[in-house]
Write a protein that binds this ligand. Sequence first.
Ligand code: ATP
Length: 508
Amino acid sequence: MASHTLVKKQGGTAHRAALCSCPRPTQACIRPWALLIERLGNFFDEERDPLMTQTEDRTSLSTEDTPLVPIEKVVALSKRRGFVYPNSEIYGGVSGIYDFGPLGVELRNNIRRYWWWSMVQLNDNVLGIEGNIITHPRVWEASGHVENFVDRLVDCKNCKRRWRVDHLPAENLEQNKCPFCGGELTEPRTFNLMMETYIGVVEGERMKTYLRGEACQNIYLDYDNVLKSSRIQIPFGICQIGKAFRNEVTPGNFLFRQREFEQWDLQFFVHPSEMQKWFDYWKEYRFEWYKGIINHTDRLRFRAHESNELAHYAKQAFDIEYRSILGWQEWEGIHWRQDWDLSRHSQYSGQDLSYTDPATKERYIPWIVETSGGVDRTFFFLLLDAYEEEPPSDKDKEGRTVLRLHPWFAPVKVAVLPLQKNKEELVTTAKGIHSRLKRLMVAQYDDVANIGRRYRRQDEIGTPFCVTVDFQTLEDQTVTVRERDGMTQIRLAIDELPGYLVEKVTWK
Ligand code: ATP
């Protein structure tokens, strides 16, 4: 019997393969691949602008009165289903530090990979690097972090709550009053946010340095190496995803403000005369990017920085903000960094980081457009955006919790469920489908509890598709495919599954 047989009828012969790895595939093995290719066929028909891939028209799911999701709901779900755990919980935890569980790590990886794909892979003038967390300590003197990376903090003398001065509402700041209880606030104290560490073991020879307070510094440090080791020319960008560490004085709101977190940055190097053009381009690009991944698109906006917030070299800056139960909060910053970073590193390192235009021979320090956001904040806002508790309805008598994550990001793409656990043929067929599908995407097999409960379990973790193997499957090798959001069901031949699912869950 050929190893590609997936469904074997009693006394019957081999037929219907979902996917196989035979050295000499038969027609039955090739068919699923042919269907997959057919589904992706129109792919070559249209030429797409990178930005266009992200602007698929998404109508907002929310109306004015759609309630905002309380953070506790998302925290509870994250713990219960294995997205996020408090770090060192058995020792009482550490404020502002979290671990990611089995589903969390899948979601995080998908978010990272999609960012990388749409920033580095799609843009011919953008390259990626991965710099280290520890750098030479002079880096942080040049960047200004040792001197200026500080938060001013006040405590309430009455309720003991702690506030960052720059986060106090103007009225409370003026009246020196706690926003929570109205109590008197202490004089501001200043704290540096950099986390210190040491290189070397011998006392006296050890060098004090820092865990990086922002990931982007590596990009400035490697800028010249990237330029010399690739054939890229200005205008071009360097991207990086990496951990950053800050001794935040007010960590909290779950993943929103942590002490260890991950940032994604683009630093785009331009001729000064083209700064405005590229600033506008990336500002728009990043806004569309976020719009393309959320359901509640009306909860996204730009906030222009006030003149008193702008760095001395910045002509303008914008935050892309998302509205959640925390109010409007920064998701990503779009910054006009001018020649500040490369000039400072030239000055502190003694290395000339200017650029010579190969055509005009003009020599100048490139100006930089920065887009800087966070993997963790994206993770957190996506959960808040996707979480919904649906009351009982005709379609679901008990009501359900559903995570309406974009299928691209869903940690599990498909669950394969035999209708009954005690029917061997159903179980064997479902396991066969599962073992093939898991080679293409994250797939779960589940035969515990009745089918309704299993659907709800998958809805709660955002699985976009459930494939149910029932008695009809044994007759005609078709399965039910249930879609998460509308709970609609269609019937598909088993060998159409790979093409159907891959097309739905893959960005392209
Ligand atoms: P804030 O004013 O909220 O402290 P920031 O303006 O200092 O933030 P940046 O230094 O510009 O933030 O960092 C860029 C991005 O990194 C932010 O837009 C956010 O997505 C993410 N980020 C910054 N600090 C944290 C943190 N403590 N925890 C999680 N993500 C963070």
